[in-house]
Design a protein. Structure first.
Length: 266
């Protein structure tokens, strides 16, 4: 069931979508700020006040009803419909919260904050696109490949892959991700990573939502699963180029390149 498509007069290429509480949807048209609407409404409203010119939104993120925008101009926080700098002006690709600590993947490594001031955490020599903050390991997807910090021994494993790793997730104990060339990346449990090309498809990103993991591709939306111990992709929506996805108990919300924001019953 499709509830909405292109927000008229703005843009129809979307990089990110987020469902908030109270049936609210927020989305990022590529290079055109941020738009918002109630789920049942027909029209989108632009909410870009406070964003600087030429701001490109890489990802929207929300925590405790606070909405964040990761952009090429830094990390922004929305308050009463207006965007304000969250104190980090470096190009930002991902933001996550762990208790009172905020972590951001940036063009100069992984940064953290426990209040208002941001500090470098690790690998300021590389661009970090995504990260996993696990009990024993910190895993970084970078412009060089994958870097893994053993938090117990403070030792690094740097897997240079001749490609950037742009998104990461953990599927049944295995680190998986997507590369800048649209490949599926998977740990082989021997200290290395294998890369797979999905026939006829380009994987834009691997996205974790609760207990589910999705592959957003130029052929549609897939759920990551396993068959016989091997990673498999199960098609959920075919025929559109999906760049991001969010979910609730009843629906999938998909950002697409050419068909606006799509909504589909689970």
């Amino acid at each position: 069931m499709q509830l909405s498509t292109n927000p008229g007069g703005l843009a129809f290429h979307f990089s990110s979508v987020k469902r908030l509480s109270d049936d609210e949807l927020v989305a990022a048209p590529l290079g055109k700020g941020i738009v918002y609407k109630k789920e049942a409404a027909e029209d989108w409203v632009e909410i870009s006040e406070g964003l600087t010119d030429q701001t490109h939104i890489n990802r929207l993120q929300s925590y405790e009803d606070q909405l964040y925008a990761c952009s090429n101009k830094g990390l922004f926080l929305c308050s009463d419909g207006t965007w304000h700098s969250a104190g980090l002006s470096l190009g930002c690709y991902h933001y996550k919260q762990y208790g009172q600590v905020g972590l951001a993947a940036t063009v100069c490594g992984l940064w953290y904050t426990e209040g208002e001031e941001w500090r470098t955490m690790m690998r300021s020599d590389v661009t970090v696109y995504d990260f996993l903050y696990l009990p024993q390991y910190v895993v970084l997807g970078t412009n060089e490949g994958v870097s893994i910090l053993d938090r117990m021994t403070t030792s690094w494993i740097n897997c240079k892959l001749d490609t950037s790793v742009t998104s990461l997730a953990v599927h049944r104990g295995t680190i998986i991700g997507a590369t800048e060339h649209g490949e599926l990346l998977a740990g082989n449990r021997r200290g290395r990573f294998d890369r797979y090309r999905m026939s006829g498809a380009f994987i834009f990103s691997i996205v974790s939502r609760g207990q589910e993991i999705f592959a957003c591709t130029d052929r549609g939306l897939y759920r990551v699963s396993s068959i016989g111990g091997r990673i498999s992709l199960m098609a959920l929506k075919i025929g559109c180029q999906v760049t991001d996805v969010d979910v609730d108990d009843q629906r999938y919300y998909m950002a697409t390149l050419f068909e606006g924001i799509q909504c589909m019953a689970r």
